[in-house]
Write a protein that binds this ligand. Sequence first.
Ligand SMILES: *Cc1c(COP(=O)(O)O)cnc(C)c1O
Length: 408
Amino acid sequence: MKPLGPIPAGFEARDGVLVVGGRPVTQWVEEAGGTPLFLYAADRLRAQVARLRAALPPRLALHYAVKANPFVPLLELMAGLVDGFDIASGGELAITAKAGIDPRLVSFAGPGKRDAELEAAIVAGVTLNLESENEARRALALGERLGVVPRLAIRVNPDFDLKGSGMKMGGGAKPFGLDAERVPALAREIAAAGAEWRGFHIFAGSQALDAAAIAETQGQTLELAARLADECGLPLVHCNLGGGFGIPYFPGEAPLDLDFVGARLAERFERLPDVLQDTAFCIELGRYLVGELGVYLTRVVDRKVSHGEVFLITDGGMHHQLAASGNFGTVVRRNYPSAIATRFGAEVEEEASIVGCLCTPLDKLADKGGFPRAEVGDLVAVFCAGAYGASASPMAFLGQGPALELLV
Ligand SMILES: *Cc1c(COP(=O)(O)O)cnc(C)c1O
């Protein structure tokens, strides 16, 4: 048997059925009109935001990285809970507008922004986190043509990365941001051109569970911000310190020690250099805010035995949950947390692989896990499905179509 990832704390059963948002998932499936279904639990989001607010210094604003989950009802809920939103495309800009989010609370990073995207952002009053000199000059020219003062920050490619992070986004040659030594000249050029100078965006990595590594990176980020602000000779109004807070997905992983991160950052905020005294700071989190509030539900449509191995074949799969199948940024495939939702908490009776309905061996949701014996009609739950699920999976692959989504 291969181990399964840890199920996030707080999920319980009622009469053997997994409960989400106060009701058994069978009821939500009925209400939504079937499976596969992503359920997002609003109470878990509120609790997670409260935990972050309690642990982190009050001076630190909390932003949501929309790409983790752009489901509009979730964004509408999020709007009342966080201080800002970070987007990475014109499409996400349109989605935040649909969710009624104030564009002045939005910043837009990401390489390869097209003129139409820059224009929409400038007109709306979104802050652009500029990824290159070329992008800066196009934004300035567009602002002039449109008669709008663009709000511009520079994304810095830091000379360090977040140790132990699942996805490295800084350190060395990168398509993201401007190499640190080129930042001061561009910042001065932007300010001289009459744009609204919005400071730095410094993002060093993603999915880190090591609190000491995150604290160290935040320290390096503050030092870099201070050094660059000095060199720019401009007041640093705002600084996005990145994020990278991870959640446990795989066997043996433990939750991030958030209190440690918060305490270290509070200490650093106590003794900031003069050049950062008036700076407004934020972090941007995706999966840490929404990963654990999501459960992906799929129904067993077939149960078969091949060469002595049990396969539970479901109506879902990698086209909705690419990450759980092990094909989204992982080197070695390991099992996400999963369970038989209609026999939740029941004893392990057999070894089974849970697969999807796609005709490819890649389509595996759990490999040789230990489960209670499931039959056709049972529901399977894949946990940690709130981030990089529906919107980060190849929905159109094999014509299987999208999953349903429900905020409860
Ligand atoms: C993807 C991304 C995030 C969110 O990452 P998570 O691991 O989901 O927290 C934040 N900032 C930037 C710049 C990103 O590219």
